[in-house]
Design a protein around this ligand. Structure first.
Ligand code: GN1
Ligand code: MG
Length: 354
């Protein structure tokens, strides 16, 4: 993207720094994210929100700022400097809102970049898995006293199994013959698993699982670590909204326990790492032990399987719909992502007993 345009947008925010250069952070499948370097060395993350996917961008930004302020309020003795190295801080635009937007154009928001931080696409050792569990547990714990009804549903029915299943069924009727043929094997896997994969949804609908503030995009690349492999905080709070903890636990496991990235084509490399599962769960429970109910605890293993299934189904659906939702880099990218997730479910089912 053109530097001048980014500079103009960056200068619409109240940061008192001068734009020096930028680079694109190729992390997300939906939004566009840029790292901005400034003259005093402080760096920022400038994000263009995809308003076709996120219909109520103002509501989304309000959610993120409310949660960030709530977490901030838990550390009253921290200086601004300390806060900016541990917590996601959003910068106001000159018009005093936390976003910049011109009519008929894109929405942008700006965060302070947390220096010396690292993210992982694939987990390299148990320590990262354990720290990842503590990070998610801490996020859910710090937000557990926030009234989730103050948050909007950024994407209604986001992890709702019945909704995702319906979308998948309608993609089957829209799909080209060629794409349908390439997915035959997976269509039968979906049929085999679908009843079991609705269990959590049914418990939620029956009011048996508490509704809390949840993050909803807890893949490992959304956890920030320092140079010593210690967790700093969870990032990418775009999808923070009311939900059940199972999807957060499951989405973290989906990426932490996968021995490959979610789009690895060589399926012989894709395995579920049970040691990372145990390490993550240990860290998670350490931080959540006082606020987890027995039913929440009981369904954590099924949550892992369900969340991998939801993502497999969403990638498959988008493939059948000709890639209208996720960014893709080549024609069968979504199919490769789906195959990878189905292989992960197969491996999980061999290793995890529940
Ligand atoms: C999308 O754009 P990104 O990477 O933050 C998706 C998540 C998926 C993830 C898979 C709004 O997140 O649900 O788990 O891709 N976000 C949305 O990598 O659909
Ligand atoms: Mg996200």
């Amino acid at each position: 993207m053109e530097a001048n345009l980014l500079k103009t947008i960056f200068n619409a925010f109240d940061h008192k720094s001068n734009f020096v250069s930028h680079s694109e952070l190729n992390s997300g499948h939906i939004n566009d994210t840029f790292l901005i370097n400034t003259d005093f060395g402080n760096r920022y993350v400038l994000q263009r929100i995809n308003h076709h996917v996120f219909i109520d961008v103002e509501g989304l930004i309000n959610n993120k700022v409310l949660i960030s302020n709530h977490i901030k309020s838990k550390f009253p003795n921290f200086s601004e400097q300390e806060l900016s190295s541990k917590i996601l801080l959003f910068v106001k635009a000159q018009n005093t809102k936390f976003y910049y937007h011109k009519e008929n154009e894109n929405y942008w928001n700006l965060m302070v970049f947390i220096d010396d931080s690292i993210t992982y696409e694939v987990v390299e050792d148990e320590e990262i898995a354990y720290e990842g569990g503590k990070l998610l547990g801490t996020f859910l714990n710090l937000t557990s006293d926030f009234d989730s009804s103050q948050l909007i549903d950024v994407i209604p029915d986001f992890h709702d199994m019945s909704f995702r299943y319906k979308q998948y069924v309608s993609s089957l009727t829209n799909a080209s013959k060629e794409r349908l043929k390439k997915t035959t094997k997976y269509i039968s896997v979906v049929d085999e698993l679908k009843v079991e994969m609705h269990i959590l949804q049914e418990l939620k609908e029956a009011g048996k699982i508490p509704i809390r503030v949840t993050h909803n995009d807890t893949k490992i690349s959304n956890a920030l670590f320092d140079q010593y492999k210690k967790g700093i905080c969870m990032i990418d709070t775009d999808t923070v909204m009311p939900g059940i903890i199972h999807y957060d636990f499951g989405d973290a496991i989906r990426t932490i326990c996968n021995t490959t990235a979610e789009d690895e084509k060589d399926l012989s490399k894709v395995e579920f790492n049970l040691n990372y599962y145990k390490a993550f769960k240990k860290g998670f429970i350490e931080k959540m032990k006082y606020s987890l109910s027995p039913i929440e605890l009981e369904y954590l293993p099924l949550a892992a399987k369900t969340m991998i299934f939801i993502m497999a189904l969403r990638f498959l659906t988008d493939y059948l719909n000709n890639d209208v939702y996720y960014k893709t880099r080549y024609p069968d990218h979504n199919l490769d992502r789906a195959k990878n997730q189905f292989k992960l479910i197969e491996s999980l089912s061999e290793k995890l007993v529940f």
